[in-house]
Design a binder for this molecule. Structure first.
Ligand code: TYD
Length: 134
């Protein structure tokens, strides 16, 4: 299972760093929604779902967290620790986010607006869904 991590180009100078993300250039899809998680309580695991068609890029713009990825066959754990790292998550991928540092801000760039019908929130249903496609 391939993990796609983007290393965004910081435009740094002696004043500090700046990262700019443009759809199709830095983010490989049209950005229809941006949301972010912060003040995540200690020990919390978020996510526990997959999407039927949504694509996302996750950026931990402050602090750190870990992402568990599962394509129904294999799993990977990815750490996001720098604001210039972006983790691409395709559709048909189960994800869980955990180990949030107290200062973590996890920003998500999404290819679609929020649509509960695009979610698969039951793990067994997810495994059947991806196996049907194979
Ligand atoms: P939830 O799906 O539980 O988040 P996570 O995947 O991180 O566990 O979403 C939390 C709440 O926020 C839930 O009531 C749905 C709502 N929500 C929106 O209204 N818009 C959004 O874009 C997202 C991602 C969630």
């Amino acid at each position: 299972m391939q993990v796609i991590k983007y290393m965004f180009q910081p435009h740094g100078d002696d004043r500090g760093q700046l990262i700019s993300l443009e759809e199709y250039n830095d983010i490989p899809f049209r950005i229809k929604r941006v949301y972010f998680m912060y003040d995540t309580a200690e020990g919390v695991v978020r996510g526990h779902h997959a999407h039927k068609s949504l694509e996302q890029i996750l950026v931990c713009v402050h602090g750190s967290c870990k992402i568990h990825l599962d394509n129904g066959k294999e799993t990977k754990e990815v750490a996001l620790e720098k604001p210039y790292e972006g983790l691409y998550i395709s559709h048909d991928m189960w994800r869980e986010m955990y180990d949030f540092s107290p200062d973590a801000v996890l920003m998500v760039f999404a290819s679609e607006i929020y649509d509960e019908k695009d979610y698969i929130r039951d793990y067994n249903e997810f495994v059947s869904f991806v196996n049907q496609k194979r």
